[in-house]
Design a protein around this ligand. Structure first.
Ligand SMILES: Cc1cc2nc3c(=O)[nH]c(=O)nc-3n(C[C@H](O)[C@H](O)[C@H](O)COP(=O)(O)OP(=O)(O)OC[C@H]3O[C@@H](n4cnc5c(N)ncnc54)[C@H](O)[C@@H]3O)c2cc1C
Length: 365
């Protein structure tokens, strides 16, 4: 019987696997895909995650691009700037590759690719997992790091509570870097446009749209950015259209009829709007907190309950922050837009700017 079975070999499951393997725990991780998903997703790594990844031997500053500050603008005028020191831009796939390489060195063969977990059954002292292809494995503790549509969450019957913060966006990672190391948040009447530096002289551009534009192409995104900010994107790149939603699992530590726990982390535990870049960072902080609970054993009920309470508090704060960001980024009437610009001006001035920067860099989570 393994000490810990991790379902899902995404960035969150992999950080937990590495941290546990470093402590000499016997870990098995199951990932249904054969390769890392190429879909453009997280890029923003906040200071607490930089620390958590360093504990796992992954040095973000050596690979990522520092984001110096974030500038809020409207109608071509600067409303305020907040320091983002310690935040790095690095594609989540890059981090996933580094974590997998580290795990392969520490515990060769512990990540089983192309292995979808289909079932979960309590057995004496743990759980047995049914794995695609007729294989089975058992472990004292099972961790669901299997993403938004978590199979394990479904199997143990934990519902998701939906939260405010639905909005539609177009996004592309584009060559060209006129804005340097600054993030731009343009709060325009028709909706927000955001832009972040990426490694390799590129930038991510994200524009809020309403109604949703699922068929939109690069021209459509470039036209929205140009109309709202006057900035020209002239290097065609693949565009994704996505709808941001929010929700959290009703509980993240589940005992059921067994004495052995099933723990939900990462997107299996919460769906957080990508606007504000918090979902993956929260997941990494959960992986680190859980690894600490599991040092030296399967974790007592009290320690797991404390883990759950602390991380759910952080998740609720992150969801509230993302809901606020979503509300601030919507299209507004002329007077509403003027009032928003005024509000952002005061948020961007001392002493509020410092609190805002702490919230945006997740130092309070
Ligand atoms: C456009 C976009 C931009 C984003 N930007 C940011 C950002 O800047 N900062 C940030 O913090 N977050 C951001 N996020 C959120 C971030 O991408 C997710 O929070 C992150 O991927 C969650 O990692 P995870 O490991 O929990 O889940 P996932 O990345 O979804 O990994 C889950 C893994 O489990 C596997 N799996 C699923 N079911 C099974 C099964 N039954 N058996 C075996 N394997 C299974 C899947 O194949 C997958 O590899 C963004 C998201 C989007 C969509």
């Amino acid at each position: 019987m393994h000490d810990v079975a991790i379902v899902g070999g995404g960035p969150v499951g992999m950080l937990l696997a590495v941290l546990l393997a470093q402590e000499g725990r016997d870990v098995a991780a199951f990932e249904e895909r054969d390769t890392i998903s190429p879909r453009a997703r997280a890029i923003g790594i906040h200071p607490p995650s930089v620390e958590a990844l360093a504990e796992a031997g992954v040095e973000v500053p050596a690979h990522g691009r520092p984001i110096a500050d974030g500038v809020a603008m409207a109608d071509g005028r600067v409303l305020g700037a907040m320091p983002l020191a310690g935040v790095y831009a690095l594609a989540q796939q890059h981090v996933e590759r580094m974590l997998r390489a580290r795990l392969a060195t520490l515990a060769p063969g512990s990540l089983r690719l192309g292995r979808r977990v289909l079932g979960l059954h309590p057995v004496s002292g743990g759980h047995r997992l049914d794995v695609e292809g007729g294989a089975a494995a058992s472990a004292r503790l099972v961790v669901a790091a299997d993403g938004l549509r978590s199979t394990i969450r479904e199997l143990v019957g934990v519902p998701v509570v939906r939260r405010r913060g639905v909005a539609h966006y177009l996004m592309a990672d584009v060559d060209g870097d006129a804005l340097g190391d600054r993030a731009l948040l343009a709060f325009e009447r028709e909706g927000v446009v955001e832009s972040f530096p990426l490694p390799g002289g590129r930038r991510r551009w994200v524009a809020r749209v309403a109604p949703p534009m699922p068929e939109a192409d690069f021209e459509a995104l470039a036209a929205v950015v140009r109309a709202r900010t006057g900035r020209v994107l002239d290097s065609p790149s693949p565009v994704s259209a996505f709808t941001a939603k929010q929700g959290l699992a009703a509980r993240t530590v589940h005992f059921g009829s067994s004495d052995a726990a099933v723990v939900l982390i990462g997107d299996a535990a919460h769906e957080i709007s990508p606007i504000g870049g918090q979902g993956l960072n929260l997941g990494w902080l959960e992986a680190r907190a859980l690894a600490r609970v599991l040092t030296g054993g399967p974790g007592t009920r009290d320690a797991l309950a404390a883990f759950e309470a602390e991380r759910m508090r952080a998740t609720r704060r992150a969801i509230a922050q993302a809901a606020f960001n979503t509300a601030m980024g919507r299209a507004l009437s002329r007077s509403g837009h003027a009032a928003r610009s005024l509000a952002i001006r005061s948020l961007g001035a001392p002493p509020l700017a410092r609190h805002l920067a702490d919230a945006f860099t997740m130092r309070t989570l």
